[in-house]
Design a protein around this ligand. Structure first.
Ligand code: COA
Length: 260
């Protein structure tokens, strides 16, 4: 599939999605969001995709936020619709992806850019990157799940500090508060993300998907995450991969998982 604002390439079972609006610091306009939604949705039905690596084009920015020029004239109803549609089609879709999604943060991750990274399952950040949710400087608040996911990741006190001051934090500060998994030199950013995805590729795909669903349930106050874990645990027993994994252990060999 060919896109205009993103590049999507499948190599060695990893889908590389690059947001490709470098001259606008990869700001998320309508077209970019729509293409991201399509790429994530089609990856779910592609057995050849075992993980997704999301990054931004160029050296300067992962994503410098939602495209401000597109909503500058909006009223409240349009603003609500922008947030709802974006959350449902892109941000929640990434979080609920059965294939693990890693954000490789190669520069500024601001506003919608940090929200996008937070919707991913893991975050690797280059040591020169800056992260923040500066929406209050524009008279707004984060609208793509940022108030919720930042609080889940770093706790209420730190989330309130970051969101109400609107200040950027460094990569090492982000690591120290648990906002990102690893800080690396820029040349190792993709390498580190690939290293993690290549490890996950050796594991049973349906079990990985069950783990993601169960862990996501911990943040959903409307459902009982322990109950979800029990059901997902039970589902795993019905898979061929469970039979293969246990047989391989007993036969002292490496498992070959089929994702069935
Ligand atoms: N929406 C739309 N365009 C954006 C953008 C955004 N969120 N962020 C950057 N751009 C555009 C700039 O308008 C500029 O376009 P132009 O060359 O056509 O004028 C281009 O990207 C380069 O950005 P510029 O501001 O010139 O780069 P800089 O190095 O001086 O500053 C930032 C970098 C990230 C500090 C600055 O771009 C910025 O503050 N961006 C907005 C961040 C933000 O508030 N995000 C939350 C949005 S809800």
């Amino acid at each position: 599939m060919t896109y205009s604002s993103i590049i999507s390439e499948l190599r060695n079972q990893i889908l590389y999605i690059t947001i490709n609006r470098e001259n606008k610091l990869n700001a998320l306009n309508k077209e970019t969001l729509s293409e991201l939604a399509q790429a994530i949705a089609s990856a779910q039905n592609n057995e050849g995709v075992r993980g997704i690596l999301l990054t931004g084009a160029g050296q300067k920015a992962f994503v410098a936020g939602a495209d401000i020029s597109e909503f500058a004239e909006f009223d409240g109803v349009q603003g609500e619709e922008l947030a709802r549609h974006g959350q449902e089609t892109v941000f929640n879709a990434i979080e609920q992806s059965a294939k693990p999604v890693i954000a490789a943060i190669n520069g500024f991750a601001l506003g919608g850019g940090l929200e996008l990274a937070m919707a991913c399952h893991m975050r690797i950040v280059s040591d020169n990157a800056k992260l923040g949710l500066p929406e209050v400087s524009l008279g707004l608040i984060p609208g793509y799940g940022g108030t919720q996911r930042l609080t889940q990741l770093v706790g209420k006190g730190r989330a309130i500090e970051i969101i109400t001051t609107g200040e950027m934090i460094s990569a090492t500060q982000a690591e120290s508060i648990g906002l990102v998994n690893y800080v690396v030199a820029p040349e190792f950013l993709i390498v580190k993300a690939e290293e993690l995805l290549n490890k996950i590729k050796l594991r049973a795909p349906l079990a990985v998907a069950s783990a993601i669903r169960s862990i996501n349930a911990s943040a959903d106050t409307k459902i009982d995450g322990f109950e979800i874990e029990i059901r997902e645990f039970g589902r795993c027993f019905n898979t061929q991969d469970f039979k293969e994994g246990t047989a391989a252990f007993i036969e002292k060999r490496k498992p070959i998982f089929s994702g069935k």
